[in-house]
Write a protein that binds this ligand. Structure first.
Ligand code: GDP
Length: 356
């Protein structure tokens, strides 16, 4: 499964956030085959459409899609030179598919800030610099090796050219996610600044309810997405009954928990989307990549479904919701038959037909 690595300076609230995530972890009963490692938190992607589908189909169970977060040790200035947890830390980030960078925005005199003061802009700079330095080292080594291999006709010159272009972009102060470089050629190097990134500002109530301040912080990381939450509040929310949790959230001017926002935005940052299936047994969201075709989507349920794909019966959730029953949606001509070239759309409710 794809994972999002949680990074940030020490004392910014990463552990507090991760603990809230694991307390909120999906029940093993729902996902009996999932092996969950101690530093991985698997959370459900909230999706109100599943409740409605279960109502329409009388489903016994609801199975949302999930998002996995990996807790990665804190980064400190000098991490790229092996300071602190250095190398192990870098190896862990390399394996993540996207990065959630936690930035401290809460003021608390009792909690020491590593750099002496709470300053989100300079913290972001520190982390991004460490990630960029680590990528430069990776690329320098790769370029030296690739030069030899290209001379011996053992490597593709296009990969060497891409590595050189990436190195030049970093030297000029551009993170690879924003650089004009063919990153698909450089996948094997696990370059960190090439990964999609989202930002979690761990703030207190004063900031949560201050839209102008949130806009300022969001501008520091744009065009990437910012999530605002109070990690301490999140860790309390997961212990409350749903109605009590909602009451607490509303008292803070929020209508969705920070963890739910993080799951939603994390999923999107990973380039994922869902499609839905529904029946008496279960209403379920399945995870696919954006842009996948119907047979690829069917393959997520079972590889045989992809091989034996014939067609898909598709109705958009909104049409089914409005019709109220499958029979009615059919009568209204809202249920389409799609072939193997169909590109899945978020919210498609699907039944596949296949040969076995
Ligand atoms: P980490 O080093 O990034 O994992 O940070 P921790 O999660 O261990 O948090 C460091 C300290 O800050 C702990 O004492 C937390 O209780 C405290 N803390 C974390 N989040 C918040 C927050 O949102 N508000 C306040 N006031 N304190 C927080």
């Amino acid at each position: 499964a794809l994972t999002i690595g949680i990074v940030g300076l020490p004392n910014v609230g990463k552990s507090t956030l991760f603990n809230a995530l694991t307390k909120n972890q999906v029940l093993a009963a729902n996902y009996p085959f999932a092996t969950i490692e101690p530093n991985v938190g698997v959370v459900e992607l909230p999706d109100a459409r599943l409740d409605r589908l279960a109502e329409i189909h009388g489903s016994a169970k609801i199975l949302p899609a999930t998002v996995s977060f990996v807790d990665i040790a804190g980064i400190v200035q000098g991490a790229s030179e092996g300071e602190g947890l250095g190398n192990q830390f870098l190896a862990n980030i390399r394996e993540a598919d996207a990065i959630a960078q936690v930035v401290r925005g809460f003021a608390d005199g009792d909690v020491v800030h590593v750099a002496g003061a709470v300053n989100p802009a300079s913290d972001l700079e520190t982390i991004n610099t460490e990630l960029a330095l680590a990528d430069m080292q990776t690329l320098e080594k790769a370029i030296t090796r690739l030069e030899k291999e290209v001379r011996g006709k053992k490597a593709d010159p296009a990969v060497l050219a891409a590595a050189e272009a990436a190195k030049a972009a970093l030297d000029a102060g551009t993170l690879l996610s924003a650089a004009d470089v063919d990153l698909t050629l450089l996948k094997e190097f696990g370059l960190m600044t090439a990964k999609p990134m989202l930002f979690v500002f761990n703030v207190d109530e004063a900031v949560l309810t201050d839209d102008a301040r949130k806009a300022e912080l969001a501008a520091l990381v744009a065009p990437a997405t910012a999530v605002f939450l109070d990690a301490k509040v999140e860790s309390e929310l997961v212990d409350l009954e749903p109605d009590e949790a909602l009451e607490l959230l509303q008292s803070l001017g929020q209508d969705e928990s920070g963890l739910d926002q993080l799951a939603r935005i994390g999923f999107d940052t990973l380039g994922l989307q869902t499609y839905l299936t529904a029946g008496p047994k279960e209403s379920r969201a399945w995870t696919i990549r954006k842009g996948w075709t119907a047979p690829q989507a069917a393959g997520v349920i079972h590889t045989d479904f992809e091989k034996g794909f014939i067609k898909a019966e598709v109705v958009s959730f909104d049409d089914l919701d409005a019709a109220g029953t499958m029979a009615d949606a059919k009568a209204k001509g809202r249920v389409r038959i799609e072939g193997k070239d169909y590109t899945m759309v978020d919210g498609d409710v699907v039944e596949f037909r296949f040969n076995v």
